[in-house]
Write a protein that binds this ligand. Structure first.
Ligand code: SF4
Length: 343
């Protein structure tokens, strides 16, 4: 069965062999409330519940095959009917705010050298329904999730239509009702995607994985920079900001000995000029096979001092979930575990 999310009543009726459109709505209301077990959908006729349960097992197309927890971070590995496996993460800020980090693709074609997902290559795009299902599954863990970041596996702007359809579905008032202002799309700098997002004029937030503000260094680490160098990226961000008037986040993954020098700080300050941007420093999470090193505490503190002196607006994020490879740039799938049905 394909995901039931992002489909109209008639399509759901046909998929499940239902009699009436309101039965499709009952099933979707149950899914939004966290019930995927047809047998527990008591507003449906008993015979229908039993048939659906025996034919499909669950109202979700994806099944959780692994759940890992560390530091209040929970990571789920989800397998879809074609065997594709993705990961999604629920993050907590420790004060009761929960954020869902969703994947938009199985693997990723962008090949950023510091990212574990990049080593997989692109296996396929996720459908809008499969993106929404991750949110539903993370919600079934039991806490109310108020924020969404598209920072899991894949480049969301390279799967533009599905990502936008998922955003609309997650925003629907009679569905999950998540404010678009609480959704953040992350991109490695796919300029045509940023332009399309600008044209859509929806109030989602944008985060750009910058990593370096030096074209030579960035092109070495992020292949996207060879196609869309920093000048083009900045022009696209200026236009986005002109339309949206919202602060951007520039994710700056700190790689030991690569992008933490005084010159790097000056280049970063220069890139930020003219943008209303918050730089998010993320000390690299070690992934052994990728050949980088995490920055030392001295490097981190020195870089912070430079940014302060240059009056760059920054924050530093110590990634959570490192112990379960659920931190930034660490998602990749290799599991072959059996389906556990429920998170
Ligand atoms: S950082 Fe993002 S865009 Fe780059 S390879 Fe990883 S998932 Fe893809």
């Amino acid at each position: 069965m394909e995901s039931l999310f992002c489909r109209n009543d008639r399509e759901i009726m046909e998929e499940l062999g239902l009699d009436k459109p309101f039965q499709a709505r009952i099933i979707m209301q149950n899914l939004v409330k966290g019930t995927a077990d047809f047998n527990a959908m008591t507003s449906l006729p008993k015979a229908m519940r039993e048939r659906l349960s025996s034919e499909y097992g669950s109202a979700l197309s994806g099944c959780v095959i692994r759940k890992e927890e560390a530091d209040s971070t929970v990571k789920l590995a989800v397998r879809f009917p074609d065997g594709a496996i993705i990961e999604c993460v629920r993050l907590s800020d420790g004060s009761g705010r929960y954020t869902a980090c969703l994947s938009s693709q199985v693997g990723c074609a962008m090949g950023c050298a510091f990212c574990r997902t990049g080593t997989m290559g692109l296996i396929r795009n996720l459908t809008a329904g499969e993106i929404v299902e991750q949110f539903a599954l993370l919600g079934m863990l039991g806490e109310r999730i108020s924020h969404i970041v598209f920072m899991g596996m894949g480049e969301a702007l390279a799967n533009f239509t599905s990502a936008m359809d998922a955003i609309q579905e997650l925003h629907r008032e009679d569905g999950f009702g998540i404010s678009m202002r609480k959704m953040t799309i992350s991109t490695c700098g796919l300029v045509p995607g940023i332009r399309r997002l600008t044209e859509l004029d929806i109030p989602v937030r944008l985060a750009v994985s910058l990593v370096s503000a030096d074209d030579a260094v960035r092109s070495r680490i992020m292949r996207i920079n060879r196609a869309y160098p920093l000048s083009e990226l900045k022009a696209a961000l200026m236009t986005f900001q002109h339309h949206q008037d919202k602060r951007l986040t520039l994710e700056y993954c700190m790689l030991g000995g690569v992008n933490t020098s005084r010159e790097s700080a000056e280049e970063l300050a220069s890139f930020c000029r003219g943008l209303d941007a918050l730089v998010n420093l993320i000390p690299w999470n070690p992934v052994p096979e990728l050949g980088f090193t995490a920055p030392s505490e001295n490097e981190i503190r020195g870089f912070e001092r430079e940014l302060k002196a240059l009056r760059v607006n920054y924050t530093i994020r110590r990634s959570k979930g490192q112990g379960i490879s659920g931190a930034c740039g660490q998602l990749a799938t290799e599991t072959r575990s059996p389906c556990k049905n429920k998170p």
